[in-house]
Design a protein around this ligand. Structure first.
Ligand code: N01
Length: 532
């Protein structure tokens, strides 16, 4: 017998946790279904060595509770995963969230039932739930992908994908270790593993442009200063392009002299966090010559930091410009390649042919390893949706509907999928995600509240609005160099069938613009949403 709730929320990461809190405040009955054994989502699963924030800790936390802000001290400007997970557990304790979360419950399917205008959700354990609203809080980077390398299942040593890292400590001491993948996760992992591994061999397919994080500790007086400034800080985050404390410089690159630009690049390179990516000249990702300037600057930094110039050249991206893929933030990453225990293998030059029981074989060499770490990323944004059998009106599958890329209204709704509301879904602003999450959750909560109080059993956008929003999101991507490059940010995944094609999966306008549009819709009483 299915249990009935006003809303089912899929996922107990940051968005699912806050959604539960908000809907409960509105007096609704809510059940959160979570595959893991505890809260935290991204921060629960990604326990790999060296995992940490790339956003300033205090700008990433929840802002909705003054009490919580007053109670929690951050120990570093960019906190490590264990601290963030402790924080999220504290949030769950403080607001007694766990009592409404069903852990160990991976959702298998969610089907819209026309007769009852409700969703029927089934977990892999066979539990069933009915609810008027289905709220997806599945995360943009949660469906991890193993590499499609032959023999991957035959390796007999220790092996793990970074997004499924064990809860117990893992020692690298005295071990011969391979890391496959050099995205933001690979870079953080490599820095850490290199400290103690007997040997570390990095298998790199595409080098990324990495820049220094410049992390540092926060002492008590500094924490008190930061706290005193919270209101202004969160206001800044709501005004900047992508909700970070950094925002694009209003100048174009060539409005400046060569000396001025180099001085500005030096300043950004020496500053903590994402400033060099999201606080750079405003034409960095639209003007090719401008992009070449910053790319050459960072390439020179890599040449200066890596002693062996053949290795340095391998670490410098040649097929994409700076900032066109997510910039991994690093702490002595390039210096790792000066260590005698570390070796870089360029697998474009010598491809991996297969993984063997004792290691792997490239076109040039056979390697033996005690451990292989797969830092091979995610089937991003739509991947977590694809893995659930979601069916709307007339049994139409969301996966089929999105076969050629997502179609949404405001990134939160899809016509033909009534009462399904998405948190951090496709086609909405991402950036510094918790800032977007809070807005997203509040907008969804207000809509649910409106439907409840107005006796509306069905909330859904019109096909015309979905088409218009999807066209708008695609038009925004036009002319941005980001959308000319293969990466999770363009939905490309070499390991997933049908995903070796670039799509527009993200909203690339400013977060304030996206929020303004959402606010307009709410202010008009959700007139666009077909309701009956
Ligand atoms: O994943 P990725 P990630 N054979 O897709 C390689 C966020 N994040 O987990 O580039 C060989 O970036 C692949 O090669 P290529 C952040 O938004 C946040 O590192 O496809 N190699 C690439 O090198 C980030 O962008 C934080 O040629 C294969 C790597 O694996 C996002 O998560 C920290 C392969 C995958 O890189 C994803 O990062 C970490 C194959 N078959 C991550 N398949 C924080 O801020 C894939 N690769 C805290």
């Amino acid at each position: 017998m299915a249990q009935d709730f006003d809303a089912i929320v899929i996922g107990a990461g940051m968005s699912g946790m806050y959604q539960l809190y908000r809907l409960r405040e509105l007096g609704l009955s809510v059940r959160v279904l979570e595959a893991g054994t505890n809260v935290g989502g991204t921060w629960y699963w990604n326990r790999y060595p060296g995992a940490r924030f790339d956003s300033e800790s205090y700008s990433y936390q929840f802002s909705f509770s003054k009490d919580l802000l007053n109670e929690w001290d951050w120990s570093e400007h960019f906190a490590g995963q264990p601290e963030t997970l402790r924080y999220l557990n504290r949030v769950a304790d403080k607001f007694d969230l766990r009592k409404d979360i069903q852990f160990n419950s991976r959702v298998k399917s969610a089907h819209y039932q026309e007769a009852s205008k409700a969703w029927l959700t089934t977990t892999e354990n066979g539990d069933t739930y009915t609810s008027r609203f289905l709220i997806t809080a599945v995360g943009p980077l949660s469906a991890f992908t193993m590499p499609n390398i032959p023999g991957v299942e035959t390796f007999q040593g220790e092996s793990c994908h970074t997004a499924r890292w064990p809860h117990e400590p893992v020692s690298f001491e005295g071990k011969r270790i391979a890391v496959i993948g050099t995205g933001a996760t690979g870079v953080q992992t490599i820095q850490e593993v290199a400290k103690t591994a007997k040997t570390l061999t990095v298998f790199q397919r595409t080098p990324n442009w990495c820049t220094p994080l410049h992390n540092s500790k926060i002492d008590k007086p500094e924490m008190e200063n930061i706290r005193a400034n919270y209101d202004a800080m969160f206001k800044t985050c709501m005004e900047t392009f992508s909700c970070f404390l950094h925002t694009p410089d209003p100048r174009n690159t060539f409005d400046t002299t060569k000396e001025e630009r180099l001085a500005f690049y030096e300043e950004l390179y020496a500053s903590p966090g994402f400033g060099i990516w999201v606080g750079n000249f405003k034409d960095m990702l639209t003007n090719r010559e401008a992009n070449a300037e910053i790319s050459n600057f960072v390439a020179d930094k890599i040449r200066q930091r890596v002693k062996d110039q053949t290795t340095a050249e391998k670490l410098i991206p040649k097929n994409h410009g700076f900032g066109t893929r997510r910039v991994p933030m690093e702490t002595k990453y390039y210096e790792v390649y000066n260590q005698p225990n570390v070796r870089l293998i360029d697998i474009l030059e010598t491809p991996i042919e297969r993984i063997t029981p004792h290691g792997l074989k490239t076109s040039a060499e056979e390697f033996e390893f005690d451990m292989i770490i797969f830092a091979t990323g995610f089937d991003a944004i739509t991947g977590a949706f694809d893995r659930i059998d979601i069916r709307g009106v007339d049994g139409v599958r969301l996966k089929d509907r999105w076969k050629h890329g997502p179609e949404t209204y405001l990134g939160m709704t899809v016509d033909g999928f009534p009462n399904m509301l998405m948190l951090v879904g496709p086609h909405m602003a991402l950036g510094n995600i918790p800032r977007t999450i809070e807005f997203n959750v509040e907008w969804v909560s207000n809509l649910v509240h409106y439907a409840k109080t107005h006796g509306l059993a069905r909330v859904e956008p019109t096909p015309a609005d979905v088409q218009a929003w999807t066209d708008h999101v695609k038009a925004l991507a036009d002319g941005s160099m980001v959308f000319e490059v293969n990466s999770w940010m363009t939905g490309y995944n070499s390991n997933v069938e049908g995903k070796q094609v670039r799509i527009v999966n993200r909203y690339s306008g400013s977060a304030p613009d996206w929020r303004a549009k959402c606010n307009e819709v709410a202010a008009r009483g959700y007139k666009e949403m077909v309701a009956a």
